[in-house]
Design a protein. Sequence first.
Length: 79
Amino acid sequence: MTRAVSLYEAKTHLSALVDDAERGEDIVIGKNGVAKARLVRVAQWTREREPSGLLRIRHIADDFDAPDPENNRLFEGEA
């Protein structure tokens, strides 16, 4: 079954439309009454996530989120 939706509707309800396409529905997206794209189910696609390395973080210390006594002292107003 093919369903036609406007570009506005596609932007507003993209998540639901992707779910419908996953279930096998063929969705045509139109702009000003002209078909521009088709949203269809993909057979099988897997991709392993790869860190971007943007911050060049290689290691996080075990005590990363442990409280810092010096910060606590400063916030509590102790001299």
